[in-house]
Write a protein that binds this ligand. Structure first.
Ligand SMILES: Nc1ncnc2c1ncn2[C@@H]1O[C@H](COP(=O)(O)OP(=O)(O)O)[C@@H](O)[C@H]1O
Ligand SMILES: [Mg+2]
Length: 236
């Protein structure tokens, strides 16, 4: 078998005395869309923080192309090809759209022409609003900017934390169709979503989180037809 792009083996993490992640194991292969679903507080964002280097693991390993990332600071992980669009978008509100995108590429020295073109192809609205302050964009546009900013680092894995949160149904649909487009570019995506139905539709593989544990995993289609998942997360 080939080496996974990202592999977590029995990763645990805590906020002080509060354990938030218990021996979570998961993998993302090149080009795959993998989703983490689960209720609020299940540990999904915590898992992403450990992967991106914002929170240290207390035990277990985060392997990137087979290499343990232990101790590597967050900005080095970005340079290694891990980029995240964080929960709540967190665009820089006073900076323009263009400046926000530039920030996504701040570790790069090479030419960005292709990357702007890719972002503007995915999000034509951002091209139109390049000179506008990010704080004046709609929620959906800010989400697009947060994804675009992450893409500007030229990642090998794009990590999205709740990209559909708080958006109107029509915009949610748009965001998921953009995720499909990103996937068709061959980029691997790790998607955290409370919108389990749509997440499982776009993903190849999924993990179900409950109180800090990855309790269930499988091909997305299998999870979608799992009776427990249907009852707990798909409202069926
Ligand atoms: N900064 C923090 N300090 C202390 N506890 C936190 C912090 N962030 C999250 N937690 C706790 O860790 C658990 C997992 O949270 P989180 O990973 O944000 O869940 P999810 O993203 O699945 O909603 C929750 O019990 C939450 O209250
Ligand atoms: Mg979260």
């Amino acid at each position: 078998m080939s080496v996974p792009l990202l592999e977590l083996t029995k990763v645990s993490a805590a906020y002080g005395a509060v354990k938030a992640l218990h021996e979570v194991s998961l993998r993302v292969d090149p080009g795959q869309v993998v989703t983490l679903i689960g209720a609020n507080g299940a540990g999904k964002s915590t898992c992403l923080k450990v992967i991106t280097g914002l929170l240290p693991e207390t035990s277990g390993q985060v392997l990137w192309n087979g290499r343990d990332l232990k101790g590597m600071p967050a900005h080095k992980r970005v340079a290694e090809g891990l980029a995240m669009s964080p929960e709540g978008r967190q665009v820089f509100p006073r900076m323009t759209v263009r400046e926000n995108l530039e920030m996504g590429a701040y570790l790069r020295q090479d030419d960005l022409t292709q990357d702007y073109a890719r972002v503007f192809q995915l999000f034509p609205v951002l091209e139109k609003r390049q000179g506008q302050a990010a704080g004046t964009l709609s929620g959906g546009e800010q989400q697009m900017l947060a994804i675009g900013r992450a893409l500007m680092s030229k990642p090998r894995l794009l990590i999205l934390d709740e990209p559909s949160l708080g958006l109107a149904p029509l915009i949610v649909k748009q965001i998921f169709s953009i995720i499909r487009e990103i996937r068709s570019l061959g980029l691997a995506v790790l998607l955290v979503e409370q919108n389990a139905r749509q997440a499982l539709q776009v993903a190849d593989f999924g993990y179900v989180f409950e109180v800090g544990h990855a309790v269930l995993s499988g091909p997305a289609a299998e999870l979608s037809s799992n009776a427990e998942v249907q009852k707990a997360y798909l409202g069926l």
